[in-house]
Design a protein around this ligand. Structure first.
Ligand code: SF4
Length: 158
């Protein structure tokens, strides 16, 4: 589902800033031409804040759960992929190469912002009982395709 479809289905009761979106729109074109979600009170327009009826978190995420769907199916790509980072390039042989790693704060230096992300920088983020290839299996399959994911599983469990 593309984001505009998810927004069209979004129940205003699950979206704190739905009235702002109705007045001003939910997206905005950035100076570099990229379309991003509108910023409201210093954060994404879809971010419900503490004290809202849903609790704090992404309205699109809540709406997907409410419909019994995967949150990743109703959110912008960069949101459901995070903290996985897909990078595409063409190697010396002219072959398309896709790598998947973890976003680092330094990857976002271009916008001049300072960031520190618990999920990719704190040691506690790397002590889960289950490995990422299991807990983020849906995300990895979506990014790489199921065949490549199966190859990854074979390589990691051999
Ligand atoms: S997950 Fe994405 S769409 Fe949802 S609140 Fe965060 S930045 Fe906005």
């Amino acid at each position: 589902m593309i984001v505009s479809e998810a927004v069209a289905q979004l129940d205003p009761a699950l979206w704190q800033f739905s009235s702002v979106a109705a007045r001003r729109g939910w997206f905005k074109r950035l100076p570099n031409g990229v379309v991003g979600t509108r910023v409201v009170q210093d954060a994404c327009i879809f971010l419900n804040r503490p004290g809202f009826v849903t609790g704090a978190g992404c309205a699109l995420h809540f709406a997907s759960l409410d419909r019994g769907e995967r949150p990743m199916d109703g959110k912008p790509n960069i949101c459901w992929q995070f903290p996985l980072r897909r990078a595409d390039h063409v190697n010396e042989a002219g072959v398309d190469v896709i790598t998947i790693g973890a976003w680092q704060a330094s990857d976002w230096k271009a916008d001049g912002g300072e960031r520190s992300w618990f999920c990719t920088t704190a040691p506690e983020a790397f002590i889960a009982a289950d490995p990422v290839w299991r807990t983020l299996a849906d995300e990895l399959k979506e990014i790489t395709g199921p065949e490549v994911y199966e190859l990854l599983v074979v390589a990691l469990t051999a």
